[in-house]
Structures are given as C-alpha cells and as structure tokens.
Design a binder for this molecule. Structure first.
Ligand code: MG
Length: 181
C-alpha cells in the first residue's frame, strides 16, 4: 500500500515526546528540576490536526509536569506518561476509541517506539531517529526531533486527506477563540 493511502485512513496521531516532540536535550537545574523546550511549529501542527477533525495522543516513558501543561494547552486527548510498554497502551487506546491499528499514525525516534512503529497504519520517524526505527517507518521526516518533525508528519497526513480547505475555513475561528499553541 502506498504511504499516501495509509495516511488517508488515519483518525488519530500519536506521538512520542523525548527526541520527537523535543530535541532530546534535558536541562537539569541545580535542584534537580528539569526544563524541556517544545517547538511552536509542532504545536501549530497539533492544532491543525484538531481543526481537521483528527484526534491526537502522546505516549511517553517519562513523567513530567511541564508535559502535562503542554498537552493540556494543545488539548491533546490521550496522554500517557511513565509508560514502559507502549504497545499495551496502544491497544487500550484502540479499544477505548473504537479504532483499528490502520487508523493510527505514530511518530517516534528510538527503540522504545519500535513495537508500536511496527503495528500502526502509518509510522513516522524523525530525521535523527535510530536506524531501526527508520527501517520500519513509512515516512521519514526531513526535520529532526523538536525541530518541526511532528509538524511535517501531520502535514503529510492532512495533505493525503485533502484537509487544507477545511483547515482554511476553520483556522481563524480557532485563533479567534484564543486557542494557544
Ligand atoms: Mg523518544
């Protein structure tokens, strides 16, 4: 099946966080607190997905308060933190949302994502992903993790689904409602 055809079936986009929505760097403050930076382009991409009627989710191995805030702001529907077995969570998400693996897109960067990458309809790898992740992905981003890779992946899906008209018609409303990215 062609990747565009795979993308046209997607109803939910699930993302890894470290190395995918971030560039993988962690700033550790003297008191042990961590600072993470996120890319506004990716944030806009997540908003565009929502404007187009797609659901979004994150599954990450770590647990962080700042991520919770970020996900809340972006209105990401499915948020799973501190997850070691990502595939198990994927099954739970599928069941709860009544979706098939074919309807899920997932983007990641490292070996913890491999099982999920192998089992979804459309798998994406950031430009600096582990070779094994790239090998099993359908779409390999030109941009690295935290540098717009998620935006690129989302736009590929929206393009395949001919969603630009819907987005153009509705995007202003979202901004008028002071949606924050
Ligand atoms: Mg990662």
């Amino acid at each position: 099946m062609k990747d565009k055809e795979r993308a046209s079936r997607i109803k939910m986009i699930i993302m890894d966080v470290d190395g995918t929505l971030t560039d993988g760097s962690l700033l550790i403050l003297p008191d042990g607190e961590e600072l993470t930076s996120y890319n506004v382009k990716d944030g806009t991409g997540i908003l565009l997905a929502r404007v187009a009627g797609l659901k979004t989710g994150i599954i990450t191995g770590k647990t962080s308060k700042s991520l919770e805030k970020r996900a809340e702001k972006l209105k990401i529907e499915e948020i799973y933190q501190g997850i070691l077995d990502k595939k198990k969570i994927l099954s739970k998400i599928l069941e709860e949302n009544n979706l098939d693996p074919d309807q899920i897109a997932y983007i990641g960067d490292d070996l913890g994502d491999l099982e999920v990458i192998k089992s979804v309809g459309l798998a994406g790898a950031v430009a600096d992903a582990h070779p094994e992740i790239k090998k099993h992905s359908h779409f390999i981003c030109k941009n690295a993790g935290g540098k717009g890779a998620v935006r690129e992946f989302i736009e590929f899906i929206l393009e395949a689904q001919n969603k630009w008209q819907t987005i153009e018609e509705n995007f202003k409303d979202f901004f008028n409602k002071k949606e924050q990215i």
